[in-house]
Design a protein around this ligand. Structure first.
Ligand code: ATP
Length: 243
């Protein structure tokens, strides 16, 4: 397996508040990696920093490598072009536009740069989410919570990411829909996409992933294979509701 992402000692802050403190994280190609943590632990901030929406800050000289290349100061658009994609917690769909137009916007770069195959990608997205095909002319704002999540993931897929980062994909969804979201994550992985998942639903996230990190107050408190984390009494007590 080859190294896909390596973040070394990264800090991120809002004004004087340090929200991510000296975080190091690695991911190999093809892996699903989860970051679990309580509200406010810094999970979204970490993803936004990896995506380039927030700068790596401080004197820490933190660095982010993607396929061996230092992307620490690369703008978001270039990171998207390189294969990174983030589905933010607030799905940020264009609610008054149709499902299909939302998807096409996700593939805008390919379309504009005349990269062949965007139609094939659209077909693949519809294969993965037949529900979106059924509703392709419906306005995105009228979709159910689960369908919106499918659309947000589908739109991200249109940029043909190598590394897909999902911020709380199960947030606000009914338990049955949450199960569906995790099934989708496993299906995405079968298509060869590597996934970095941020979740409060630690049990389901660890079940769907290979490796996990526990973020507490901006710092990595623990890491290990998902199996190890699931059987750790401290993780069980704090994050799995057991103990
Ligand atoms: P949640 O699970 O509740 O979404 P999280 O683990 O994703 O939480 P973050 O959203 O990354 O946590 O927030 C980490 C810390 O940074 C929190 O203390 C939060 O209040 C603070 N923070 C987040 N965004 C901003 C901002 N734009 N300005 C100032 N502080 C912020």
């Amino acid at each position: 397996m080859s190294r896909l992402l390596e973040a070394q000692h990264i800090n991120a802050q809002y004004g004087k508040v340090l929200a991510v403190n000296d975080v190091s994280l690695v991911m190999d190609q093809g892996q699903v990696v989860t970051v679990i943590g309580a509200n406010g632990a810094g999970k979204s901030t970490l993803l936004n920093t990896l995506m380039g929406a927030l700068p790596v800050s401080g004197r820490s000289q933190g660095q982010i490598f993607y396929r061996g290349e230092d992307i620490s100061r690369m703008p978001v658009e270039e990171r998207v072009a390189a294969g990174l994609c983030l589905v933010p917690e607030k799905r940020e769909l264009f609610t008054s536009m149709s499902v299909q137009d939302n998807l096409l916007l996700g593939g805008f770069r390919q379309y504009r740069q005349r990269v062949a195959g965007w139609r094939d990608t659209l077909d693949q997205v519809y294969q993965l989410f037949p529900r979106l095909l059924e509703r392709r002319d419906q306005r995105a704002g009228t979709l159910s919570g689960g369908e919106r999540q499918m659309l947000a993931v589908g739109r991200a897929m249109m940029s043909r990411p190598t590394l897909l980062m999902l911020d709380e994909p199960s947030l606000g969804l009914a338990p049955r829909v949450v199960q569906e979201v995790f099934r989708i994550i496993l299906r995405l992985r079968e298509t060869g996409v590597s996934i970095l998942l941020v979740e409060q639903n630690a049990r389901a996230a660890l079940q769907a992933s290979d490796y996990g990190y526990v973020l507490e107050m901006g710092e990595i408190a623990m890491e290990g294979s998902s199996q190890q984390l699931r059987s750790d009494p401290k993780v069980a007590q704090s994050y799995l509701g057991l103990g």
